[in-house]
Write a protein that binds this ligand. Structure first.
Ligand code: PAF
Length: 282
């Protein structure tokens, strides 16, 4: 695997690859099997896989979350080597934001920015769009691979691709969430939980399963209440949302209908670790 730290070095390298299809996996490091599944999918579908590791300061609405974000670069490089990733792009903050962190572009994300993660994490998606637009313009991939665990982020980035008018040249592939045997969704933030807490945190998956098993027969408020009980009884201390939405546009829905695809989404705190997860219901 070749490691590039600058836009110039990366573009020079890619220019010599004679227009072979490029797959791109953007990450913030602290890699786990969920990221490696994205690399593997890119290896299957494209000729050159580029992974980026960049802890993007503009997408952290909470300074403490940014400071505590795990950094495991040596293990990341090892895992990427083992997965036969071709290129790692490892830029500095100055490389990504040469004009500084203020006066960045603003994106019209409409309703997507007002709900769920958008509601609880002010400006988070603006920061995600800032970095992803910059990375896409540097890497110029043919296919972009994202994980379903960040369901709303996938929709935001699909919208970004439209705003950039790249929808005809860039394919977006969403890879299903990879879970621990216990059901807990793989996440870089899990490394901040003890083994015992990780076991308790599987409640987020159990709550989603209860919603999935019962959502055709129970009212949505009663399902939300049941999910809330499961989370609080297992040690979650704060719930941002338990929501059942239209899977295509994330509009909240109040009752079951056969004509729509639905997704349940949860964000909750275990101590000071904020976890998110989701499940397609039909
Ligand atoms: O999902 C992530 O890790 C980040 O939000 C992303 C897409 C790499 C942008 O920084």
């Amino acid at each position: 695997m070749i490691i590039c730290k600058t836009e110039t070095a990366l573009q020079l390298l890619l220019k010599n690859k004679n227009q072979q299809p490029i797959g791109f996996v953007p990450t913030m490091g602290a890699l786990h099997k969920g990221h490696i599944a994205l690399i593997e999918e890119s290896k299957k579908q494209t000729s050159i896989t580029v992974c980026s590791i960049f802890i993007n300061p503009t997408q952290f609405n909470d300074k403490k979350d940014f400071e505590k974000y795990p950094v495991t670069i040596e293990s990341d490089i090892l895992q990427l080597e083992q997965a036969h990733c071709n290129i790692l792009f490892l830029p500095s903050v100055e490389e990504i934001y040469p004009n500084g962190l203020s006066n960045l572009a603003q994106y019209n994300l409409g309703f997507l920015e007002e709900i769920l993660e958008g509601k609880y994490r002010a400006n988070h998606f603006q920061g995600v769009c800032n970095v992803v637009e910059r990375l896409l313009r540097i890497v110029q991939p043919h296919t972009l691979f994202l994980g379903q665990k960040d369901y709303q982020q996938c929709m935001v980035i699909a919208q970004l691709i439209h705003l950039m008018q790249w929808q005809h040249t860039l394919k977006l592939v969403i890879v299903p969430t990879i879970r621990e045997a216990s059901g807990l969704a793989m996440s870089s933030r899990n490394s901040r939980l003890s083994t015992d807490d990780k076991q308790k945190a599987t409640a987020i998956y159990k709550a989603l399963q209860v919603i999935q098993d019962n959502y055709k027969k129970q009212s949505f408020p009663s399902l939300q209440k049941a999910a809330e009980g499961i989370l609080f009884n297992s040690g979650f201390n704060k719930i941002d949302y338990i929501s059942i939405c239209n899977a295509d546009n994330l509009q909240p829905i109040e009752s079951y209908s056969t004509s729509e695809k639905h997704v349940a989404l949860i964000a909750a705190y275990f101590g000071d670790v904020r976890l998110i997860d989701n499940m397609l219901l039909n």
